[in-house]
Design a protein around this ligand. Structure first.
Ligand code: 5RP
Length: 220
């Protein structure tokens, strides 16, 4: 079974969490794209979506799903998004698609974060996937030097400007044993907009697409 088929199965399972008349938070990436595609069949039963990227906004709108401004929505029940890595505590590395800042904002507002991944994304310790950090362009080299002091090897993602007009450093060679502490430490570096560590606001539900179907677990 292909990785995409597993992603598709996880995305389909997440549709079960969508309630009648709901506003949904929608993440970004290939797994979420399968989720958005699945919304087509039930779009008349939802009020709309708050999107985490220009790419997801375009896909939702193409499907005729109203995209709501987060400033007009004070709460909603679920946020559905993928991840680059997720550990047993449901802490994640995100931002492979460069949408980490808006993802973190939309996730913060949602009551429940439903993470959908294929089984290549589950790990015991985060860090094999390079940790994305969104930076203000003028601060890039300063932030890179600070990240080196933390033991990482930051690489500028040269072909990428985020939806917020910023740049991304991908930090290699980290073994993240305390994601909460590292999230705080990196966020405190001047010039950092967002680090793609989702520990403070991790997932509440994890849906993993596997060879044998989906595996669902909840944060303990
Ligand atoms: C985008 C993200 C994505 O959720 C993450 O990169 C996973 O993507 P995919 O579903 O394509 O594997 O954080 O910024």
């Amino acid at each position: 079974m292909s990785q995409n088929t597993k992603k598709q199965h996880a995305a389909r399972e997440a549709l079960k969490y969508v309630e009648e008349n709901a506003v949904l938070g929608v993440g970004t990436g290939s797994t979420v794209n399968f989720f958005i595609d699945g919304l087509e069949a039930i779009k008349s039963r939802i009020r709309g979506a708050v999107s985490s990227s220009q790419a997801s906004t375009a896909r939702l709108q193409k499907m005729g799903i109203p995209v709501l401004d987060l400033n007009e929505v004070d709460h909603f029940d679920i946020y559905v998004d993928g991840a680059d890595e997720i550990n047993p505590a449901l802490e994640m590395i995100k931002g492979g698609g460069a949408a980490l800042t808006r993802e973190k904002i939309v996730a913060a507002v949602a009551r429940k974060f439903v993470c959908i991944v294929d089984d290549t994304k589950t790990v015991d310790v985060l860090g094999a996937f390079p940790l994305p950090v969104e930076v203000i362009p003028m601060a890039r080299e300063y932030v890179a030097r600070e990240l080196k002091k933390l033991g990482g090897n930051p690489v500028w993602r040269k072909d990428c400007t985020t939806d917020n007009g910023n740049q991304i450093l991908d930090v290699h060679d980290l073994r993240i044993v305390n994601p909460g502490a590292l999230e705080k430490e990196i966020n405190a570096i001047p010039g950092v907009v967002t680090v793609g560590l989702f520990s403070k606001r991790g997932a509440d539900v994890l849906i993993v697409g596997t060879e044998d179907g989906v595996r669902v677990s909840e944060k303990s």
